[in-house]
Design a protein around this ligand. Structure first.
Ligand SMILES: [Zn+2]
Length: 277
């Protein structure tokens, strides 16, 4: 099934798809083992820095082969694409979905580049996600003034024809210094003006109940990156500290398992229907 259809199906069922970033074979494997075990679909995300690290061809092939090997329904998505050129390169490489992030550009410019990507993606039948408002990136301070305005969201969606919108309602990328407070009223107002799926970035470290409430109010895709990196590296450090083993095939699997366990928990939480929660 195409990701667009799956997102609408999940939206109708009151649940969300987990969109997990991967960085190497081990993190990809942890994500896919979890999805296989739960028999749930998953979006595999690559940031531009991960694409630079792996190489576009290797990254794409690794994800495709992984989905096949683990018998998981999944889609490849560009996370925070910074330009139409980058989005195009990923579409050409066979991505199912791309994000164009013009959120830090002036409103008119964000519309212009997003429209361009929507037109391009139409040729590939691919899904387009864009961002409106300010979701702090790593190292940036949070700022309430940057929250997504429902009226502007309406204008933005009408002007661009995007398939999914990332909203700024109080989440941030990276670790939270204190418990995040989501502006759930604002989320409901945005959900009321559009039927397209809404996306929550910065899904790491949001308390379970709050995350479920956000899904209840219209979030259909939950992004998870920091938690996976953290789970992997913490366990790897732990293993390395206690052994002189040089066979990496014996060392990495425990870190992979840490990612798998994390993904199982998050996936169970976001993919439950409202009745099951
Ligand atoms: Zn993000």
């Amino acid at each position: 099934m195409k990701i667009k259809q799956r997102l609408y199906q999940f939206k109708a069922e009151g649940r969300a798809i987990l969109a997990a970033n991967f960085y190497n074979f081990e993190t990809l494997s942890g994500i896919l083992q979890a999805a296989h075990e739960l028999n749930e679909p998953v979006m595999l995300q690559l940031s531009e820095s991960s694409i630079r690290y792996l190489g576009l061809h290797v990254a794409t092939s690794l994800a495709r082969a992984g989905l096949e090997q683990y018998e998981v329904e999944g889609w490849l998505h560009l996370d925070h694409g910074s330009s139409p050129e980058m989005a195009e390169a990923c579409l050409k490489a066979g991505f199912d979905s791309v994000m164009i992030d013009g959120s830090e550009k002036p409103f008119g410019e964000n519309i212009r580049i997003t429209r361009k990507v929507v037109q391009m993606a139409a040729l590939y039948g691919a899904n387009v996600e864009a961002e409106l408002g300010f979701i702090p990136k790593l190292g940036q301070e949070s700022d309430n003034d940057g929250f997504t305005s429902p009226q502007q969201a309406f204008d933005f969606i009408s002007a661009t024809g995007i398939d999914a919108l990332a909203v700024a309602i109080g989440t941030a990328h990276g670790f939270y210094k204190e418990e995040p407070k989501l502006d759930l009223e604002r989320l409901s107002s945005i959900a009321a003006i559009t039927s397209i799926p809404l996306v929550l970035h910065g899904g790491s470290g949001i308390p379970d109940k709050m995350l479920r409430e956000a899904i209840k109010r219209g979030i259909t895709k939950v992004n998870l990156a920091t938690d996976s990196k953290n789970a992997f590296m913490k366990e790897l450090k732990n293993v390395l500290y206690n052994t002189d083993e040089i066979d990496l095939r014996k060392t990495f699997p425990r870190a992979t398992d840490a990612v798998k366990n994390l993904i199982i928990n998050k996936m169970q939480l976001v993919s439950m229907t409202q009745l099951e929660f």
